[in-house]
Ligand binder design. Structure first.
Ligand SMILES: [Fe+2]
Ligand SMILES: [Fe+2]
Length: 251
């Protein structure tokens, strides 16, 4: 196959066709794989300590399963490099992990709010990727998305449990805005040039701003109504969410 696929007729891309596709597409795809190879393992390492912080055996088991699945995500994305015969160790060397893991998870409450809000933000990203052109990536993202829903479910159950006791409620109230800011930053800057290229090539269909808005409306609704915690209605009212402030490396 000698034809080079351009952005106008990219269609479905198989592993066999990958090296014939336009270089920019390949670079963006490998960049996405690299971010996930690095961040899924780094994230699992960050989560591991939460297993023993869980309040009972049921939650310990669910947290352990989450950690196991995060390592599995790393292996899955790594497999896509291997399928293309790309040396993933060399390719990912020195590459940063997602900025979401720069904020330390220091308590069980942190971990539960993280899963309820930040894994949900990740699920919003994966929902875009499952419609993207590269077939092996779509499949891996769909399998990962299915497990992310489980992680979000654990977070929601864990927060609900915490909110039942006065001490737990105080803990959740104290940290919710911190994680809202992390979640907003994870979508990247409103004016991201990378996001524009991702949309051009079909990796994403929405702008960072629209994704951020959709996520914020969703989480704002259950935080205020179901958790009974007051948070700003306008996402830009949260200090570190200035439109020009996107801290995420990937989006
Ligand atoms: Fe993951
Ligand atoms: Fe997850």
């Amino acid at each position: 196959m000698s034809e080079t696929y351009g952005e106008e007729h990219i269609g479905n891309v198989t592993a066999d066709a990958f090296w014939n596709v336009d270089e920019e597409f390949r670079d963006l795809q490998l960049k996405l794989l690299s971010i996930h190879v690095v961040s899924e393992e780094f994230g699992a390492d960050c989560f591991e300590v939460s297993i023993l912080r869980a309040p009972d055996a049921v939650m310990k088991m669910r947290m352990a399963k989450t950690v196991m699945e995060e390592y599995g995500h790393h292996l899955r994305f790594r497999g896509l490099f291997e399928e293309l015969d790309v040396d993933w160790v060399a390719y990912t060397e020195g590459k940063p992990h997602l900025s979401t893991f720069d904020t330390p998870i220091e308590s069980w409450a942190d971990q539960m709010v993280f899963l309820a809000l930040i894994d949900r933000a990740a699920a919003h990203q994966f929902r875009q990727f499952v419609k993207s052109p590269y077939e092996p990536f779509r499949k891996v993202c769909q399998d990962t998305l299915n497990e992310e829903y489980g992680h979000v479910g654990l977070g929601m159950d864990g927060v609900k449990q915490l909110l039942k006791a006065e001490e737990g409620r105080a803990e959740v109230e104290a940290i919710v805005e911190k994680w809202l800011k992390v979640g907003l930053a994870s979508f990247g800057s409103d004016e991201s040039r990378t996001n524009e290229r991702f949309r051009q090539w079909g990796f994403k269909t929405s702008t960072n701003k629209d994704m951020k808005l959709a996520w914020y409306q969703q989480v704002h609704a259950f935080i205020t109504r179901d958790w009974g915690i007051d948070v700003p209605e306008d996402m830009y009212a949260l200090a570190e969410t200035n439109p020009a402030d996107g801290a995420a490396v990937s989006h």
